[in-house]
Design a protein around this ligand. Structure first.
Ligand SMILES: O=C(O)C(=O)[C@@H](O)CO
Ligand SMILES: [Mg+2]
Length: 254
């Protein structure tokens, strides 16, 4: 049976994070993940996770100044990028969270590529003692124009260049359908380096039961590939989240 993680960056985003965790539990999710939890003391999050029995699967590094979308590929910003990596790994460690998405930022060119490699090497070393995986995620050109990481092949070549086994691809079906399509073959081609899968409808980033992607098919592909971890529901609810969950029992029963 496919299981699902509620992305609390979008779902129940109006609630304090501990209450969002409780809401996800009450709605029947199997796990949670978030974007930027740092305004909430880690012990409050850890307590809500312990109370509900849910695991926080992932969180992001902070994006930087207003208008920025991560720092890790920005030349000459290594001290800040690495401080954010340290902050994220420490927070993840304190709440028992297994992965940290290191956000690349708006950049291009070889210097950005080299900077990203250096910062990812640093992140993998910082995360390893805590059993934490570092994730990198291609984002689509419409939501994040100018973002350094755009395709699954680019992510794969970066992962291949880093000599650590705790670096993986966040395969967000929403972004990669927009950028590349051909998702069944993309999932198979990159199966070995995928660390997490996220879902939402395309193109409107709504509930995963409509739009140009049929997630019943994607779920069958993932099952055939031996994928058994929760899929991250990272969609933007157009109504209060509790009123948008009709898709959950439907996809769960597939
Ligand atoms: O936008 C997404 O997709 C994410 O997963 C975020 O964590 C990064 O913006
Ligand atoms: Mg995503």
């Amino acid at each position: 049976m496919t299981t699902f993680s509620a992305n609390l960056g979008f779902l129940w985003a109006d609630l304090p994070l501990p209450d969002a965790i409780r809401a996800a539990k009450a709605a029947g999710f199997d796990a949670v993940e978030c974007h930027w939890p740092y305004d909430t003391p880690a012990e409050h999050v850890a307590a809500a996770l312990a109370e509900t029995g849910l695991t926080m699967l992932g969180l992001n590094t902070l994006r930087g100044k207003a208008g920025e979308n991560g720092l890790a590929a920005l030349p000459d910003r290594e001290p800040e990028a690495r401080a954010e990596i340290d902050r994220a790994v420490d927070y993840a460690r304190r709440i028992g969270c297994g992965s940290v998405h290191v956000m690349a930022g708006f950049a291009e060119g070889d210097q950005a590529h080299q900077t990203f490699l250096g910062n990812l090497d640093y992140a993998c070393r910082a995360a390893r003692p805590h059993g934490i995986t570092i994730l990198i995620e291609p984002l689509n050109r419409y939501d994040a124009p100018g973002y350094f990481l755009r395709t699954s092949d680019q992510a794969a070549s970066i992962i291949a260049a880093i000599p650590h086994d705790n670096l993986a691809l966040m395969f967000d079906c929403y972004h990669l359908q927009i950028m590349e399509g051909d998702l069944s073959r993309r999932l198979a081609a990159h199966r070995e380096i995928i660390g997490h899968v996220q879902i939402a409808s395309v193109p409107d980033r709504g509930t995963p039961d409509h739009g140009e992607l049929d997630y019943r098919h994607i779920m069958a592909v993932l099952r055939d590939l031996g994928w058994e971890r929760p899929l991250g529901a990272e969609y933007k609810p157009q109504q209060p989240t509790d009123q948008t969950l009709g898709w959950l029992p439907v996809l769960r029963s597939v």
